[in-house]
Write a protein that binds this ligand. Sequence first.
Ligand code: NAD
Length: 293
Amino acid sequence: KGKKQAKASDKAINLTAVLGAGIMGGGIAYQAASKGQPVVMKDINRDALDLGLKEAAKILGKGMQRGKVDATKMASTLNAITPTLEYSTLKDADLVIEAVVENPKVKGMVLKEVEETVADDAIICSNTSTISIDQLAGNLKHPERFCGMHFFNPVHRMPLVEIIRGEKTSDATIKAVVAATLKMGKTPIVVNDCPGFLVNRVLFPYFAGFSKLVLDGADFAKVDKVMEKDFGWPMGPAYLLDVVGMDTADHAAGVMADGIPERMQKIGNDPVTIQFNAERLGQKNGKGFYEYG
Ligand code: NAD
């Protein structure tokens, strides 16, 4: 086993597979392809695959407008992504990144299917924002080859990737995923498995502070203006919540409140939950704190 893992860590990642062609899966597939790496992008839904490819084309189109991408780069990046609905196309993948919906049951089922399909030395990662890596690892026969690989949204703009070490993750797996992250042009940090990992442990108290201000009567757009224009952050909290998605943010806040109740309290009926219940999910469905055309 030791020998096999050592070989796995040294093996170059030649083929990456991404499961789920949503906001994150599509972004991760684009990122790998933009660095010249072939990537298989699998979903259960043909429309999602089309949307994932369209998003990649949109990012490249913007790059062309700014003179940073030429027609050859556009074609080679898009050609590097193979969209598929079939599990069998994953069998040659060296690295599988699961980015399906944030639901432990669905993820568990998908991870089991992945492990049955890929080679013994393939590495399997999850892009989960909140679910415990140890809990997800429970679905696998070989948890030593599994860890979290948490990208941020939008993937092509955000440099950081949190690599989450589960209790059973091997050093060889961490080494290989760190190398794969660097090859994708991103900055890896290795963190332990805990609710919110590192970034969301900082971000969610900030969102909670924003929610409390709004509950106290503050105007969300004014808070955004202060944080963006006056304080100098690239986006204010309300706009950032629209980018993240109210479903993701509401769910993550709940998971963190359950996991570390002494530090994170879920505020009842806060603006994020209200938006979520009103199906104002943010940019993904065109309306959140703001409206999108
Ligand atoms: P999304 O809803 O945009 O996309 C999920 C995709 O998974 C959909 O296209 C859906 O068709 C597909 N899917 C569902 N079941 C599947 C299956 N069995 N096999 C293959 N595909 C399947 O979601 P998202 O925002 O991209 O989030 C995906 C993951 O990334 C979640 O775990 C989320 O927590 C995490 N994440 C999200 C963000 C964010 O800001 N949205 C940031 C970091 C991490």
